[in-house]
Design a protein around this ligand. Structure first.
Ligand code: 4NP
Length: 165
């Protein structure tokens, strides 16, 4: 069996890896542990940015505060840029918006393109939508990120459960 066939991980991707994708990493990991503990033991969860602006930095303080208010701890996470090997390490690479999606499509080899998609496509009611970039906006944008990420995380858990059946 090759590394690519064995890959049992989800890598959430945004631009800077300090707002949306670390939120998705923390929320998804916690919901998976609570709602599908068996899957949580076999699936790894990580996040990355398409850009390297913030590599090594913790999540944005507004992201940490908004997540903490909803019961998710993100302060220990550190930003990193996506690298080509990620497409073979992770079975699923959900992107937060169409700009991230097209950057990922350009980076990934042809035979691993089916691992890439829009994160919100995992929730039928959010299909085709994006997680808006909150970085230059108000506090409400950070709360909206959590709302969308929670819904899509539940959809992604259902997708993983169907995959394993
Ligand atoms: P993220 O948000 O992609 O959700 O982490 C952003 C973080 C930083 C920047 C843009 C978006 N930036 O331009 O530095």
């Amino acid at each position: 069996m090759t590394t690519e066939q064995r890959a049992n991980g989800v890598l959430f991707v945004c631009l800077g890896n300090i707002c949306r994708s670390p939120t998705a990493e923390g929320v998804f990991r916690q919901l998976l542990a609570r709602e599908a503990p068996t899957l949580a033991t076999s699936w790894s969860v990580d996040s990355a940015g398409t850009a390297d602006y913030h590599s090594g930095a913790p999540p944005d303080p507004r992201t940490v505060a908004a997540a903490r208010a909803r019961g998710y701890e993100l302060a220990h996470l550190r930003a990193r840029q996506i690298e080509p090997a990620d497409f073979s390490r992770f079975a699923l690479v959900p992107a937060m918006d169409r700009s991230n999606l097209s950057n990922l499509r350009a980076l990934a080899p042809d035979h691993l393109q089916d691992r890439i998609g829009l994160f919100l496509d995992h929730a039928p009611e959010l299909s085709g939508r994006e997680v808006p970039d909150p970085y230059y906006g108000a506090a409400a944008g950070f709360e909206q990120v959590i709302d969308l990420v929670e819904i899509a995380s539940r959809g992604l858990i259902r997708s993983l459960q169907q995959r394993e059946m």
